[in-house]
Ligand binder design. Structure first.
Ligand code: 5RP
Length: 215
């Protein structure tokens, strides 16, 4: 297994220690979360179930016999565990490499505690090395693209990808985000944007990095 995979698995195992018996757990999406779900399967009789952030995670959870619950049917979620594509020193994130950013942002907002699990390679000083995903209403793709271009980024349409919500994704290249909360607010205000993959207004409460790092 590569060092990155080792780091993902180790961070996921550490997050499992925070899962309390009898609770509903929010579950993110991606290869790091896959390790978390595998671990959660060992605890499936201890928890009420999971709220899932994507169809892919729902299928994995169900494969492991973990009940998948509707966010509308459960109260506030105590713990949400998810990965990220990048993380800065203030636990602000870029997410959405797997295209699940909208549901991820909803569950993060509904969670009392958001624990992010990453391998050490995801840690950056300034967000923006990873292209920023932006989910858009399909008819607004060109309009949003022009606005992002005017803001200094280079948007690229993730062709062939349709999100679980029926929308499209633009990946914004060559843009740095020294003030990610400000950028999140501005991009959110473009008509046709559903969700921007900056998680700065609601950062992670804790980031577990590999086997022993944390923020
Ligand atoms: C999916 C995400 C993922 O958390 C992010 O892409 C990290 O994925 P991985 O754990 O596979 O590196 O935001 O929308």
């Amino acid at each position: 297994m590569s060092a990155a995979e080792d780091g993902k698995r180790a961070a996921a195992e550490r997050a499992l220690a925070q899962v309390e018996d009898g609770t509903v757990v929010g579950v993110g999406t991606g290869s790091t979360v896959r390790y978390f779900i595998e671990g959660l399967a060992r605890r499936r009789d201890d928890i009420q179930g999971a709220v899932s952030s994507s169809q892919a995670s729902t299928e994995l959870l169900e494969h492991h016999g973990i009940p998948v619950l509707d966010l509308n049917a459960v109260g506030p979620i105590g713990l949400y565990v998810d990965g990220a594509d990048e993380c800065d020193g203030q636990r602000r994130l870029i997410k959405g490499g797997g295209g699940a950013l909208t549901r991820e942002k909803i569950i993060a907002a509904a969670a009392e505690r958001f624990v992010c699990i990453i391998d050490p390679g995801k840690r950056v000083d300034v967000l923006g090395r990873f292209p920023l995903p932006v989910e858009v209403i399909p008819m607004a793709r060109s309009h949003v693209g022009r606005q992002l271009l005017a803001m200094g980024g280079q948007p690229v349409w993730r062709q062939g990808v349709v999100t679980d919500n029926g929308n499209w994704i633009l990946d914004v290249h060559n843009c740095r985000f020294p003030d990610p909360a400000d950028s999140e607010t501005k991009i959110n205000q473009i008509a046709g944007v559903v969700t921007v993959g900056l998680f700065a207004l609601r950062p992670a409460d804790q980031v577990l990095i590999g086997a022993d790092g944390s923020l």
